[in-house]
Design a protein around this ligand. Structure first.
Ligand SMILES: [Zn+2]
Ligand SMILES: [Zn+2]
Length: 331
């Protein structure tokens, strides 16, 4: 079993709206977003904290929110990573160029677009300072599952089987020290740059007596570690949506979700709709539960309920719970 996640984990539109998952770490601008659908429930400040966006595919319910993400980050001096399946580079470039931009000199945003498919990882960077002109394309082999890696975590991707090229993702936190969001929320110090600084020192095994000056006080690294951080093997969170559950996808998805603390999984249809599920290449709620069971996850969160079940969503939860006990949904 994976440890709990030491990040803010928010299913932005619950189980019934466009599937959107927002992960944040307190005190730093390194939020992650899984899927680019309707993100109107996230503030511009929350979207402005994003470091990377992982789009599953380009159907409108998974891609319409890209404009707000661009808007929230337009004045930032940073690199924003946007991942997706084949055609992501062209489609993101088309969206960025759909607008007239004013190009103020202070705008330093770079958008690094990553396209994953058929053993290749293609990257193109669009720089605001270069007026979003054509970016040189870099092509690397992509043989494993890892597509993104930082000091805090890795993100893995696999191709799934939908009516459009589509990816499923998993985020794995590295083992070691992590900020504890509950302790930070309850603590006297406000989250700020000190969180990253203390984290860097803890991960570098700096002496416990090292002192940090924070918000007018002086604190030892030992005291900060105890009060605000936690050492853990790191949590895994899997995000799977818009795919069929077939002999071909099953082993890939089980591997991706294996041991997750939480699996967010496509539960578009009820058991009776097997025909529709095959035509539109979605999962049924009980299949999500089969994946949760095979992958031995701690918790299954059902997402992407079809609107036809409005008023009777509990049916989907019940069908999943017959197969796997630890199911939740928000509706
Ligand atoms: Zn779709
Ligand atoms: Zn969808």
């Amino acid at each position: 079993m994976s440890a709990r996640a030491f990040s803010t984990v928010r299913l932005v539109n619950g189980s019934t709206g466009d599937p959107v998952l927002y992960l944040d770490y307190p005190g730093s601008n390194n939020a992650l977003l899984f899927d680019g659908g309707d993100n109107g429930a996230l503030s511009i400040a929350e979207l402005g904290d994003l470091e990377a966006v992982f789009i599953t595919h380009h159907h409108i319910d998974h891609f319409v929110g890209l404009d707000r993400i661009l808007r929230a980050n337009m004045d930032k001096d940073k690199t924003l990573h946007v991942f997706g399946p084949v055609h992501t580079i062209d489609r993101v470039i088309a969206r960025v160029r759909a607008y007239e931009h004013q190009f103020f000199p202070f705008q330093k945003l770079a958008i690094c677009i990553h396209e994953l498919g058929e053993g290749t990882h293609r990257t193109a960077t669009l720089e605001c300072a270069q007026r979003f002109t054509a970016a040189p394309l870099a092509v690397e082999d992509w043989t494993g599952r890892v597509c993104y890696s930082t000091d805090d975590l890795e993100v893995e991707a696999v191709a799934v089987d939908h009516t459009a090229p589509c990816l499923a993702y998993a985020m794995a936190e590295r083992s070691g020290f992590h900020p504890d969001p509950e302790k930070i929320a309850a603590g006297l110090l406000k989250p700020g740059e000190w969180v990253q600084e203390a984290l860097r020192l803890l991960r570098a095994d700096a002496p416990g007596g090292t002192r940090l000056e924070i918000q007018g006080g002086s604190f030892t690294l030992d005291a900060l570690a105890k009060q605000y951080f936690v050492e853990s093997p790191g949590a895994r969170i899997a995000y799977v949506t818009d795919t069929q559950w077939t002999d071909e996808t099953r082993p890939k998805l089980v591997k991706l979700a294996r041991g997750s603390w939480r699996l967010y999984c496509d539960s578009y249809y009820a058991r009776k709709e097997a025909k529709n599920a095959a035509t539109h290449r979605h999962m049924m709620a009980h299949q999500s539960a089969e994946l949760a069971k095979l992958a031995r996850v701690e918790q299954l969160v059902l997402i992407h309920f079809a609107p036809r079940y409005a008023g009777r969503y509990q049916m989907l939860v019940d069908e999943a719970t017959e197969v796997f006990p630890r199911v939740t949904a928000e509706f």
